[in-house]
Design a protein around this ligand. Structure first.
Ligand code: PGA
Length: 250
């Protein structure tokens, strides 16, 4: 059985005071054990703060991006080793906001995935179609190509080390959610591609759903056979909402 993973994507939100309050609340409610895996992917400047706040607890620390390069003259970039220095274990890659606002290509996301794996970070590889692509009947093709670019460059053995997040672009931050059946259909396609690369590892990869997952729709989405957790944006910024989703996954 795949253990569910609920990962918060704080995006460019937070402050020292807000982070402290949010993490304190989450941790006090979670206690010492959680029936699902929990992670928060925070803005880079807050890694040290969050590392200290989460030390010894059950919530894993993640980042929202990483450089494809190891080190050097790459102004503004953050390396995988730097993330490791702050006990980061997860990193979101290829989020649609990076793809659309920062021009990240499938090939770049694939190279970043390699870098993350080589550095011992668990990449949360995001894929998803736009509304226009869905309406044009291109969903399978788009998400298939996004995942294929990653699977082409990684070793079959490393399939076990990735997490995939299906995030329909039209559902992100819009309050519109894919129905559980719509999401499952895409998750099943992604599962097939993973299994083709590595049958055993592919069956064990967690495929998260993201895009307006909220306390009132989480349970139905998480009940689908190939939905193994959630990548949570807006609802990850409110302890009560984030905890309700964790509860639905537990
Ligand atoms: P949302 O964001 O939950 O606010 O839709 C999800 C994401 O972008 O990862």
């Amino acid at each position: 059985m795949r253990r569910k993973l609920i990962a918060g994507n704080w995006k460019m939100n937070g402050s020292l005071a807000a982070n402290e309050a949010l993490l304190a609340e989450i941790q006090s409610q979670l206690g010492e054990a959680s029936a699902c895996d929990v992670a928060v992917c925070v803005p880079a400047p807050y890694l040290a703060q969050c590392q200290a706040a989460l030390a010894g607890g059950v919530v894993a620390l993640g980042a929202q991006d990483v450089s494809e390069h190891e080190a050097g003259a790459f102004t503004g970039e953050v390396s995988a080793a730097m993330l490791g220095d702050f006990a980061c274990t997860h990193v979101i890659l290829g989020h649609s906001e990076r793809r659309s606002f920062h021009g990240e290509s499938n090939a770049l996301v694939a190279r970043k995935t390699l870098r993350a794996i080589d550095s011992g970070l668990t990449p949360l590889v995001c894929v998803g179609e736009t509304l226009a692509e869905r309406e044009a009947g291109q969903t399978a093709q788009v998400v298939g190509q996004q995942l294929a670019a990653v699977l082409e460059v990684i070793d079959a053995a490393d399939v076990a080390d990735i997490v995939v997040a299906y995030e329909p672009v039209w559902a992100i931050g819009t309050g519109k959610t894919a129905t559980p059946e719509m999401a499952q259909e895409v998750h099943a396609l992604l599962r097939d591609a993973l299994v083709q690369k590595n049958a055993e590892a592919g069956a064990g990869v967690r495929i998260l759903y993201g895009g307006s997952m909220k306390p009132d729709n989480a349970a139905q989405l998480l009940a689908m056979p190939d939905i193994d957790g959630g990548l949570i944006g807006g609802a990850a910024l409110k302890a009560v909402d984030f905890m309700a989703i964790i509860k639905a996954a537990s």
